[in-house]
Design a protein around this ligand. Structure first.
Ligand SMILES: *[C@@H]1O[C@H](CO)[C@@H](O)[C@H](O)[C@H]1NC(C)=O
Ligand SMILES: *[C@@H]1O[C@H](CO)[C@@H](O)[C@H](O)[C@H]1NC(C)=O
Ligand SMILES: *[C@@H]1O[C@H](CO)[C@@H](O)[C@H](O)[C@H]1NC(C)=O
Ligand SMILES: *[C@@H]1O[C@H](CO)[C@@H](O)[C@H](O)[C@H]1NC(C)=O
Ligand SMILES: *[C@@H]1O[C@H](CO)[C@@H](O)[C@H](O)[C@H]1NC(C)=O
Length: 416
């Protein structure tokens, strides 16, 4: 029994199951498909702005009631164990799934399939200093998610994590055909919505592409010519209404907040009617997070929805301008400063002032060491090296292990 068990609070979260979401599904999904079609067209048209043209190179098992599954409200981080403070240890029982047997890993992330030959990068487990992350009990997670809706919102890093969670859980599903994308869509880089349904368990794991979390529109009239589009920093993305009625909501944002994807494409910031030409990216990011925080505080029912914000994913470029990088065979021994990100710091600052509890999944420091975990040239575009995105299986699986730890508490650890 690790010290972790004793210190985690096992107060049961009132799992509020049984809203009639699926009965509304048919008309909602028809309307929604139409919205997506319009949305896709708009994002296509906006392709010239905000870097759309520039795709990155690429419940606790109730201790007192073992028959009922619900979410735990453990935050994983207690006085005696901070799950984010630890190190990588070799564990040959990893990886957790075979990407070639999971239809939801996009080819660009399946490094083994794309020719990567070294395999050590698949074998690392995250070991917090004062506790262990229990091995994921897939059957228990599947049961805990029954009748629920898990929603990922963010950029391609969020999509990777979405793919990872689906594949992880599919290892526990015998009839693979019973798991399918609700609209029969293929995974593509620009797609605004993907929803994978685990029909035997009546839950969905959804992904909404919203790289900046806020609305992106054509520039208003009477602005300088270089302004082609604007991000409305005070208006959460218009697909945000789809995120409300979920049970688990996992956000991220960060990779698109760079000059090249913003000003470089004529995309500037707007607050109200006013275009803010001189505003820095750091300031804009903070305003967006405050917009996001007010939205969460006013729209999300914390009794129903568990909210997470996953922090910034470090990249490992040798020279980003030249798109040069070397994927290493082993993790770095030093974080080389990549364990700090101003974006992650802003997430903490904003979340600390919110009413609805939000769990910050602070993957920045642990991921800083993983220069071995990127897709490199083993993506769907082998001519370009990519030290931003990650192989699957791989590092995003570990992010999900931590999310699962927060959702389920550490029942397994307690029984070890
Ligand atoms: C986690 O929960 C414990 C006790 O429930 C609390 O003392 C601690 O501050 C929380 N940590 C975070 C990061 O929220
Ligand atoms: C993954 O599955 C594929 C197809 O079933 C198989 O060919 C391959 O050897 C497996 N890879 C590993 C690493 O087990
Ligand atoms: C599936 O889940 C929804 C809630 O998400 C619930 O309303 C519905 O009754 C469930 N269906 C079945 C067959 O359990
Ligand atoms: C990357 O390469 C460019 C072009 O050679 C050079 O100007 C720049 O200084 C390099 N950046 C770094 C961080 O080395
Ligand atoms: C890193 O990659 C570059 C090409 O991108 C190559 O020239 C160089 O030798 C590599 N360095 C190491 C240490 O492998």
């Amino acid at each position: 029994m690790s010290s972790f068990n004793r210190s985690v609070s096992f107060k049961q979260r009132a799992a509020n199951i049984g809203s009639p979401r699926f009965s509304r599904k048919t008309w909602v999904s028809r309307l929604f498909r139409a919205l997506i079609a319009i949305g896709s067209l708009v994002s296509f048209l906006l392709a010239i702005g905000c870097g759309y043209v520039y795709v990155l190179p690429n419940l606790t098992h109730a201790f007192h009631d073992h028959d009922e599954f619900g979410f735990s409200n453990s935050n994983g981080s207690t006085d005696s164990c901070d799950v984010f403070d630890g190190n990588w240890v070799l564990d040959y029982s990893y990886p957790l799934y075979n990407a070639s047997e999971c239809p939801f890993v996009e080819q660009g992330f399946n490094c083994l399939l794309n020719g990567r030959e070294d395999e050590d990068y698949l074998k690392w487990r995250w070991k917090p200093k004062n506790c262990d992350i229990p091995r994921v009990n897939v059957q228990r997670v599947l049961e805990a998610l029954r009748n629920k809706r898990v929603v990922f919102v963010g950029d391609s890093m969020s999509r990777t994590q979405w793919e990872s969670l689906i594949c992880l859980l599919m290892t526990g599903v015998e009839d693979k055909e019973s798991v399918y994308e609700v609209n029969g869509n293929m995974i593509t880089k620009q797609i605004r919505f993907l929803g994978v349904r685990f029909s035997s368990f009546n839950f969905t794991i959804e992904f909404y592409r919203s790289v900046f979390l806020v609305q992106h529109n054509w520039a208003p009239k009477n602005v300088p010519k270089r302004v082609r589009s604007t991000l409305k920093l005070d208006k959460l993305d218009d697909i945000s209404k789809e995120w409300i009625d979920s049970d688990v909501l996992i956000f991220n944002s960060g990779q698109w907040w760079v000059p090249g994807k913003l000003f470089g494409t004529g995309c500037y910031f707007q607050v109200g009617k006013s275009v803010k030409l001189g505003m820095s990216i750091a300031t804009a990011f903070r305003i967006v997070l405050q917009t996001w925080a007010s939205w969460v505080d006013s729209k999300i029912n914390p009794e129903k929805t568990r909210v997470f914000f996953r922090t910034f994913e470090p990249s490992h470029w040798r020279n980003l301008t030249l798109r040069e990088c070397n994927v290493t065979k082993l993790p770095l021994s030093e974080a080389e400063g990549k364990d700090f990100s101003p974006f992650s710091e802003t997430v903490f600052e904003v979340v600390n002032n919110m009413i609805v509890p939000v769990t910050v999944v602070h993957i920045t420091p642990m991921s800083a060491f993983r220069s071995d975990a990127h897709v490199g040239t083993w993506s769907d575009r082998p001519s370009l090296s990519d030290c931003s995105h990650w192989c699957l299986p791989g590092l995003p699986d570990i992010w999900n292990e931590i999310v699962i730890l927060y959702l389920l508490g550490n029942y397994e650890a307690a029984s070890e």
